[in-house]
Design a protein around this ligand. Sequence first.
Ligand code: PFF
Length: 443
Amino acid sequence: MAVIFAMAGSAIGLGNIWRFPYILGEHGGSAFLIVYIAATLLLSLPVFVAEVTIGRRSRRSAYGAMAALESGRRWKIAGALSVFIPLFILCYYSVIGGWSLDFLFKSVTNQFIRQTSEEVTGLFGSFITSTWEPIIMHLAFLAICTAIIAKGVKSGIEKFSKYTIPVLFVLIVVMIVYSATLPGSMDGFRYLLDPDFSQLDAKTFVYALGQSFYSMSLGMGAIVTYGSYVKKKENIVATSVGTAISDMLFAILAGMAIMPAVFAAGMEPGAGPGLVFCSVPYIFSTMGAISPILSSLVAVLFFVAILAAAATSCISLQEVGVSYFVEHRGMTRKKAAWLLFAICGSLGVVCSLSFGPLSGVTLVGKNIFDLFDWFASNVLLLTLGFIVAVFVGFVMKKEDVKDEITNGGTNRATGWIFEVVYFLIKWVAPIGILGIFVTNFLI
Ligand code: PFF
């Protein structure tokens, strides 16, 4: 049972609260939501089952899992990719972790109270365009995570996050109820929940699938590694469905808390990565006009919870690389953790600067941060997800897959349930991912 919480803990993070609302805002609003739900159920869920199956069958972490089930150089390369991808993501994930840390300080010092919508946007704008503040916060955040990993005490923070995720859930529900009372907020609910298919374009599909993979921690070795801890009696399909639903629910609830505030504040839903960091303080600002104490309390709790969710995610991203260097390169934990701090921290500095001094450096209209994020979510994750589905669908024997998914024919995922899941893994997922991936490059 504990591993389900660990998987949900890895899945629920900045991807749901920070990334989902702004990607939705940039790529079609309510139409995006529908494509995202369909992509999660038809494509991500089968890949999730496939990753857990590989992990549990091989009893190995990401790097060696596929190669343990099937020899061949190509599966070693796939293993190497699943170590590289989380580290690539870590570079810019920790930048957003740094923003969360900064906003925790801002909420402790009551900086959101009685601010107009322009003022809260300005607060974020001046933070993000400055050179040092975001860099210091990014490095501080990453250093905290690195110290936790180096000391090998990550179970402590995981236990802590078991409490903060329910707190986050409650706070989000409170914020939904509260933001519904703001004048103009109904437009936000409509934007989110009233499907407008004229907003659909080819990019909606690739961004929806990329977001779904990102949010469920797929295509980056994390779920394979967790899969290796899943007990033999556990039902893989039920676990996967449970994780997918709770992750989706968290994202949709975050959208329902944030979009109404975006509209009430007269902000742009397509404003980009800063969306949550502008709209959420606006909620706290208006709340402060009613009760400053309540507003500060909710703000502080909110950013502590976000920070804990970001830290557990950051730690599990970094852990994939640390265990590779420890197990396969004979390094000490401490050395491996700080080596990755140096590499990912430096690349993260470049991502951080892309909102300020390096904002002029762009390629096809994307700054460096956006390029990292686009390449990770829309290219790397989908590539590894495709490989995983093909591996389980075509390389592993059907009897072995069946044996693993049905626990030797003893659980409820036998019969037609298995056949449907297997069909999704073998045909729907690879063809769907490939189709969306190719479209990504044609448009
Ligand atoms: N799924 C996480 C999120 O939505 O924030 C991101 C993530 C964390 C991915 C940890 C992978 C991972 F190992």
